[in-house]
Each structure stands twice: as C-alpha cells, then as structure tokens.
Design a protein around this ligand. Structure first.
Ligand SMILES: NC(=O)c1ccc[n+]([C@@H]2O[C@H](COP(=O)([O-])OP(=O)(O)OC[C@H]3O[C@@H](n4cnc5c(N)ncnc54)[C@H](OP(=O)(O)O)[C@@H]3O)[C@@H](O)[C@H]2O)c1
Length: 259
C-alpha cells in the first residue's frame, strides 16, 4: 500500500482571498483576524462602525496582516455596487465568503412593524442572496461559502421570532446553494455559534442575566469565544474541509445537547 503523505498545510488559508460580510466587529472581526493570521487576504465589510473598522485596520497594519476594511451597506443596491466596483478595480479572485452580517429587532411576536420586518429580512437574507449572486463570477474552483446562523433558526428563543425566521431562511437558502454549487466546486456550509459575548449583546434587554443563564446551561462551564468560532470557520474554508458540503456546524460548548 502506498504511503499517504501528511498534508499539514491543509488548514492553511495562504494564497486565498475571502470576503467577510460584517467582518469588523464581534465574531466577524475574529474571523477576519484568524483568516489573515492563517495567510489569507481579507476584505472585511462594515457599514456604520467606522471606529471598529479603523481599529481593525490599525491592528492589521501593526501585525502585517492583509486585511482591507470596506464600507458598504449590503442591504442596499449602492452597497452591492461598491463591492462589485472594488473587486473589479483590484482584479480580485475570491476563495470564499463568510456571511456574518446581521441585524435584529427583539420583541414579542405580533408586535413587529412592516418596517422592522423589512429591515431585518433585507440584511439577514435578501442581501445574502444578492451578494452570492454578485460574487459567483469571482469565486475560484474550491471556494467556500459560510452562512453564520443562530440557534433561533431552529429553536424558539425569547423575543427572537423575527431574527429566527430570517436565520431559518438563511439556512434553507444555504442548503439549496450547497446542492446547486457543489458541481461548480463551491462548498456551502452553515456555522452556528452558541451564545457568544459580543457588543451586540449590549443592545439587548436583560443581557447580563441571559448571558449568565446561557453559561450555566453550557456543559463546557463557560460561553464559547469568538476565537473558537473563528477556528471552525477557518476549518470550513480550508482544503481540510474539501469533503464537507451542506453541513450545519454548531459551536456552542455543548449547550444544544442539554434538555
Ligand atoms: N453574539 C452571539 O451570541 C451570536 C450567537 C449566534 C449567532 N450570532 C451571529 O453571528 C454574527 C455576528 O454576530 P456578532 O454578535 O458578532 O454581531 P455584531 O457585533 O453586531 O456584528 C455585526 C457586523 O455586521 C455588520 N453590518 C451590520 N449591518 C450591515 C450592513 N447593512 N451592511 C454591511 N455590514 C453590516 C456590522 O458592521 P457595523 O459595525 O458597521 O455596524 C458588524 O461588522 C451574526 O450573524 C449573528 O446573528 C451571534
């Protein structure tokens, strides 16, 4: 039997370029940094948080990481055109997309206004569909798309109905993409973090109690970190995951197996 040479570089992202939608804060920021540390060129998209984008850009410069922050509102045609112009101008070929951008309105079901429904769905799912449409011609063979979901896609979470429904749509669309794009050698997977302490929690009601409850329910005895989510994203975007298609990977410290 022939000897199989170990390929220790299979987890490397060297020579690859990724677009991280929502890549300047929280989980997306950790993914941008992890990917760049693994050798990738990263385009981190944001919209309002100039300070967060500036601090990521400074850190990248200090650490000599190839991260470029691009301000583009993905929920608007002008934002998508900006992404398209950027890719054309720099003559970029992509190795993948991580769709981390999301927004939320947290209320009991029955209280959502038409404007709130449009606001949440336009970024969490419509922009994802439009962005993938736009990026398809730029993806190289072997590219990888990750949709960042949340447990509200499959479980009832307190005052999370609207975001949960948009994440459910994100997951359903990703599974269809996974089936349809596989023959073009583009892999699509879903990555679902458990509860992760990020700035996004600051805007939520009763956040400290809810984070403490989540921690108490987690077999690991603590919440998972942004870096733990980022390592899983690296795996899914690396050649080490070349056979992984349509997976829904849960990184939640075991919270999901509890009653
Ligand atoms: N934190 C958790 O406990 C948790 C759990 C499960 C799943 N998730 C999911 O993980 C992802 C990241 O969560 P997070 O807590 O790290 O979120 P976050 O801190 O709120 O980050 C959201 C990112 O999306 C960007 N963004 C927002 N609106 C945009 C738009 N219209 N166009 C382009 N970019 C836009 C933001 O940019 P600006 O800074 O410019 O606004 C920011 O970079 C989300 O999909 C979330 O649903 C989070």
């Amino acid at each position: 039997m022939g000897k199989t040479m170990p390929n220790n570089d299979a987890f490397s992202l060297s020579g690859k370029t990724f677009l991280i939608a929502g890549g300047t804060r929280g989980i997306g920021r950790a993914i941008s940094l992890r990917f760049a540390q693994a050798g990738a060129n990263v385009i981190a998209i944001y919209v309002r948080g100039k300070k967060a984008a500036g601090s990521l850009q400074d850190l990248a410069r200090e650490q000599e990481l190839a991260i470029d922050c691009l301000c583009a509102d993905l929920s608007r045609p002008a934002g998508l055109e900006k992404v398209s112009a950027y890719l054309k101008e720099k003559d970029i070929e992509l190795s993948g997309l991580v769709y981390c951008a999301a927004t939320g309105v947290h209320k009991p079901a029955g209280e959502f206004t038409a404007r709130e429904i449009k606001w949440v769905f336009s970024l969490n799912i419509e922009a994802y569909i439009a962005l993938v449409n736009l990026l398809l011609p730029y993806f190289k063979e072997g590219s990888s798309i990750i949709a960042i979901s949340s447990k509200g896609a499959t479980r009832a979470v307190h005052e999370y109905g609207l975001v949960g429904a948009s994440k459910g749509a994100l997951e359903a669309y990703s599974r269809h993409l996974a089936a349809e794009l596989a023959e073009r050698k583009i892999r699509v997977n879903i990555l679902t973090p458990g509860t992760v302490r990020t700035e996004a929690w600051d805007a939520l009601p009763d956040s400290e109690r809810r984070l403490a409850d989540a921690e108490a329910r987690t077999p690991l005895g603590r919440l998972v970190t942004v870096d733990e989510v980022a390592y899983s994203a690296q795996f899914l975007c690396s050649d080490a995951a070349s056979g992984v298609v349509g997976l829904s990977l849960l990184v939640d410290g075991g919270a999901g197996i509890m009653e």
